[in-house]
Design a protein around this ligand. Structure first.
Ligand code: GLA
Length: 373
């Protein structure tokens, strides 16, 4: 069987902006999900995972939809991808999928999008070679939204498919998802060379899992929609800071304030990186993003705040929670020489607070999904 890989991601900035038609700036991780796949002719999907030794999920292709509630939760992601290919009219006479994931689960690093995207690029190459990247992103997202039942935006799948090594991906979500196809300028690869600037990006996985299916994420989405409706615009992308005071509901105003200011922060970070300025200059914007996520969007958690504060106290240029929030990981921009000091400080603060040791590692912008052999 041939093999494909799709990476996890960490979002430099632009959190909870994707489903508001806004801007995001992720990088792909070198950690990914590998999918070995090959066509069969027995009318079935046969699925295994290296993380579920001994478990084989086998379902007839034309019974997938009906069997949804009987398959284990993890299997709904890859099977959902098969469902989406069939729904779009690509005949699959049977397929074998063996997946193996190295992205930590529940860490806010998009292990589920990596899984869906690895399977999607495999099925594209096997059954639908003409598919565009945009269609691949849509299939992977639809699998996660519909069959797995997790209401994500398009950030994670776009990152897994479109990111390139050495770059951050600047995505204008409205322009990329335009009904007639991506508009010019929707996607821009922004050079992001950390070693050249003697910098490192640290990810601290707090070990407090986040769960996008638990309702809080969907509630934030609904609040954003309600705020946009109250202001009479299609999405919070269209709102200016001045218009925020027209929101009379204090909760909706705080949620919208986060989205409006976060979009502005993404554009400011992109401007700075484009201009070739010292990337340290974006640190303060990362920290401002965390405060906004904590205070206005209310998606932080004590362990995330602790990791951010510890990183800053040890000299990080900026730090913030990444992904949906409520748990998961923190990102810190640090001088390369300060990596050990910042790591030790976060570990010490977790120990002092009686929290389990976080898993801390450095990341660099890696390549998006591809065939391995
Ligand atoms: C999760 C979702 C994304 C995005 C982020 C928050 O990762 O899957 O679509 O909304 O949260 O930025």
């Amino acid at each position: 069987m041939d093999r494909w890989i799709a990476p996890g991601r960490v979002n430099l900035i632009g959190e909870h902006t994707d489903y508001n038609d806004g801007f995001v700036l992720p990088i792909a991780l070198s950690l990914g999900v590998v999918c070995a796949a090959g066509p069969t002719a027995d009318g079935r999907v046969r699925l295994t995972s290296a993380q579920r030794p001994g478990e084989v999920v086998a379902v007839a292709v034309d019974e997938l939809a009906a069997q949804r509630d009987r398959v284990p939760g993890w299997a709904r992601y890859p099977l959902g991808v098969v469902v989406e290919f069939v729904r779009r009219g690509y005949p699959i006479a049977g397929v074998r999928l063996d997946v193996d994931g190295a992205v930590p689960i529940g860490a806010g690093l998009s292990s589920s999008a990596a899984l869906c995207c690895a399977v999607t690029v495999a099925l594209r190459d096997l059954f639908a070679p003409g598919l565009t990247d945009r269609a691949v992103v849509e299939i992977a997202r639809a699998a996660e939204n519909e069959f797995a039942g997790v209401p994500t935006g398009v950030l994670d799948q776009s990152a897994a498919i479109l990111c390139t090594a050495g770059h951050a991906l600047f995505l204008d979500v409205r322009a990329y998802t335009a009904p007639d196809g991506p508009e010019p300028g929707a996607v821009e690869q922004i050079p992001f060379d950390l070693p050249a600037a003697d910098l490192a990006l640290l990810v601290a996985d707090t070990g407090h899992p986040h769960d996008l299916a638990d309702g809080a994420y969907a509630e934030r989405r609904a609040q954003c929609e309600a705020a946009a409706a109250a202001l009479g615009v299609p999405a919070l992308r269209d709102v200016t800071t001045a218009a925020l005071s027209r929101l009379t509901d204090p909760v909706l105003r705080r949620r919208a304030t986060h989205v409006v200011t976060e979009n502005a922060r993404v554009l400011a970070v992109v401007d700075r990186l484009r201009s070739g300025a010292d990337p340290r200059a974006v640190g303060a914007l990362l920290t401002a993003s965390h405060r906004s996520l904590r205070d206005d969007f209310a998606v932080s958690a004590p362990a995330l705040d602790l990791a951010v504060d510890a990183a800053l106290a040890a000299g990080a240029h900026g730090a913030r929670l990444v992904g949906g929030g409520f748990g998961g990981s923190v990102l810190a921009l640090v001088d390369r020489a300060a990596t050990d000091r910042v790591t030790a400080r976060i570990e010490a603060e977790f120990a002092a607070a009686d929290l389990a040791a976080p898993r801390i590692f450095t990341v660099e912008p890696a390549a998006g999904a591809r065939r391995l052999d």
